[in-house]
Design a protein around this ligand. Structure first.
Ligand code: NAP
Length: 234
């Protein structure tokens, strides 16, 4: 399998590279020119395509011949970076490729997610502050995901809980909706978020799903799925 990782130099991206290489996949990574150095430890094992992730020429070259594309959707900047990135991947990935995108719980596919008051306040405050200070556009990440949800490609949108560092605990468990008691712990190891993204490439049950994930060893996962370690979900 040949996979492209878009946003390869970030924390999530580098974990995804590691998991993909562990599986024996051929890896192409896209990252900003200034961040190529962050991939120094793997530069002999992957192909690096430097450039902005919403640059269609960059994406066209990077996804050529790839069976899967893993995209880190980030809201940074105020020039529709997320939606530009998502649109380029949707338009330019080869037909039939598996497309897996990352985002957070704040994205809702069908409006059926139930959020705590604290979560809603945090998202609202961050969103307003980010817009005011012009460093991020949460609304554009929402727009990116809406375009993905409407697309006929073979997509999965993985919605991450709050993240932490640490050794892998295994594949996170998931639910279709935030508010499900299984997700109550709201904590996933970043390395396992990456594991779920890479595993989704070969899990057709996740096509056209937007799983909200939580660590499989967290109290809520242990209480509700008996500590499932195989990415248990609905
Ligand atoms: N952080 C959380 O607590 C959290 C919680 C839930 C879900 N998520 C989701 O997880 C994913 C990655 O999150 P992460 O926290 O682990 O971050 P990350 O992996 O470090 O990714 C950050 C990405 O953003 C890029 N980036 C940073 N500043 C940028 C800028 N000004 N313009 C363009 N690109 C920029 C980085 O590229 P460079 O290497 O070039 O800087 C990197 O690819 C995202 O989809 C996010 O929505 C995060």
């Amino acid at each position: 399998m040949k996979v492209c990782i878009i946003g390869a130099s970030g924390k999530l991206g580098r974990y995804m590279i590691r998991h993909a290489l562990d599986r024996g996949y051929e890896v192409v990574g896209v990252c900003r020119e200034r961040s190529v150095e962050k991939l120094a430890d793997v530069r002999d094992r992957i192909t690096i395509v430097p450039g902005a992730t919403d640059d269609r020429d960059v994406i066209r070259r990077a996804v050529a011949g790839c069976d899967g594309v893993l995209t880190v959707l980030v809201p940074w900047g105020v020039r529709q970076y997320s939606s530009g990135t998502a649109q380029a991947v949707l338009d330019l990935a080869q037909p039939g490729a598996r497309l897996v995108f990352s985002c957070g719980w704040h994205i809702t596919r069908d409006g059926q997610d139930v959020y705590s008051r604290t979560f809603l306040v945090l998202v609202a405050v961050f969103g307003r502050l980010a817009r005011l200070l012009r460093f991020a556009e949460l609304d554009d990440q929402v727009e990116a995901c809406n375009r993905i949800f409407a697309s006929k490609t073979r997509w999965t949108v993985v919605r991450g809980s709050d993240l932490e560092e640490g050794e892998s605990q295994g594949l996170p468990v998931w639910s279709r909706h935030v508010g499900d008691p299984v997700l109550a712990s709201n904590r996933t190891r970043r390395v396992d978020f990456a594991l779920f993204m890479v595993a989704a490439l070969t899990n057709d049950a996740l096509i056209h799903e937007a799983p909200a994930i939580v660590g499989c060893r967290t109290p809520s996962a242990l209480a509700h799925v008996g500590g499932a370690s195989l990415g248990g979900g609905p």
